[in-house]
Design a protein around this ligand. Structure first.
Ligand SMILES: [Zn+2]
Length: 185
């Protein structure tokens, strides 16, 4: 697993969507959702669950089903928290599923049950470009590797997305300036 940059995808998504759509509260919910899948390690450490079972590491909590469930929880909380329901669902679901996707890019650990509940089968990628096995779980070596392989692509994604959003937002007011009588014909 990446140690430092699991929270990168929600930060990049928030930068892309802007503060009007992603409030600080929703951003914090997304950051929490991007980290929470590794809570399954508690099952392994304290409940004696086997590592490679559905409730073990990279099982249920590393699946699209789990991401959808957290997204639905965010959608349910949206009105109370002042979030747009659709954006809250998508933001939290995407933040959650970004976790197993980043895990799949690393060269350590077993595959993830990404497609649960459709199948419990673990999947892994033939191409795992994040060489974290030799880097140790913490420390500068891992930090810089994650910056290079996760941080830089996410920065590019955020910058491109934010530029696209600003461009779209610039077009919309121009449309509104068209007088109503222009459509009369
Ligand atoms: Zn994980």
């Amino acid at each position: 697993m990446p140690t430092y940059l699991h929270c990168g995808p929600p930060l990049a998504l928030a930068a892309m969507l802007g503060r009007r759509r992603v409030s600080t509260g929703l951003l914090l919910a997304g950051v929490a959702a991007s980290i929470v899948p590794d809570i399954d390690m508690l099952n392994v450490w304290y409940a004696g669950v086997r590592y490679n079972t559905l409730l073990g590491h990279r099982g249920l909590t590393h699946s699209i089903g789990f991401a959808v469930a957290l997204g639905l929880l965010a959608a349910l909380a949206a009105r109370r928290c002042g979030w747009q329901r659709g954006i809250a669902f998508l933001f939290v679901a995407l933040s959650t599923v970004s976790h197993p996707v980043l895990d799949l890019l690393t060269d350590r650990g077993i595959g993830t049950a990404l497609f649960y509940p459709l199948t419990e089968q673990r999947v892994s990628l033939p191409w795992r470009p994040l060489p974290l096995t030799a880097a140790g779980l913490f420390g500068a070596a891992r930090f810089w590797l994650e910056c290079a392989w996760i941080g830089l692509p996410l920065l590019a994604f955020a910058a491109f997305g934010a530029a696209l959003r600003r461009w779209c937002d610039r077009i919309r007011p121009a449309d509104r300036r068209v007088p109503a009588r222009a459509y009369a014909d």
